[in-house]
Design a protein around this ligand. Sequence first.
Ligand code: NAD
Length: 311
Amino acid sequence: MHILITGGAGFIGSHLAERLVSGGHSVTALDDLSTGRLENLAAISDSPDFTFVEGTILDRDLVQTHVDAADVVFHLAAAVGVKLIMEEPSRSILTNVGGTENVLHAALKDKKPTFVASTSEVYGKATKFPFSEDDDLTIGATKNLRWSYACAKTLDEFLALAYAREAALPVVVLRFFNTTGPRQTGRYGMVLPNFVQNALAGKPLMVHGSGEQSRCFGHVYDVVEALMRLMATPEAFGQVYNIGTDQEVTIRSLAEQVIAATGSASEIQLIPYSDVYPEGFEDMNRRLPDVSKLEKAVGFRPMRTLAQIID
Ligand code: NAD
């Protein structure tokens, strides 16, 4: 099959592109290189089965052309990263909602199967754990200053499901939890690559708040495996899936494990939120996915351990 990946030069997109090409598919990656990098695609850039197109998902005609040429679309392009979103909330909304509408609209013409990236942040300040796909989304209740990203992704989900219900577009919503692994950079505030870079450089590891907030880190290879299986599961259309692992770790423990794994002499420094974020910032204490729906659908649950991820 021929697969279009928007955001294909990004972290998750480039791993997916590699996996698809090695599995005998052909891939077009459409990316504006705002956070993505051509180096991410080095392993497949010379392959006859791979094409890179530099451009934006905000260009409706360009999107239509490449969706028309594809059998399946993975829509992963988005304005991402804590820093970028807090500095430019409007870009987050414009890119993430306008771009998604362009992709869905283009896919509607020939009812192309379309996978739309969302995020665990749509759960907002939920207090019931683990987070299930059937939960009500409480994004409106959060004071998290990344609200524009979470709001835009929530709208993306609603748009995708509206296209599915009203126009029978075969759509799957991918609610990604923290995903990490090779090629993820710390440039946009991603915690694990930041810790690893600082540990290797002998610099302090900055832990925001008490460090007792927890996250679940999934390996990008596991995530890609889940996507490959969903692509082969027609029953997934019209559904939302949590994509991630349910192995929880506190951010302080993550920092300790990175220091141990790298043999670094770095120290951990606790930084109050008020030192780094504008007044009113609240982080989410826990983000724990229920991954049973994904496991039931595709017979697989992301399993790589944190130690394997840090390695
Ligand atoms: P990434 O920044 O590496 O990838 C996003 C890609 O989109 C980049 O290559 C960027 O250049 C591209 N892009 C941005 N705006 C664009 C535009 N207007 N037109 C074309 N391309 C554009 O981030 P990622 O971690 O690979 O994230 C991929 C998707 O998964 C995103 O939608 C993100 O919101 C979602 N997600 C990721 C995580 C995670 O932990 N990595 C967690 C939740 C959700």
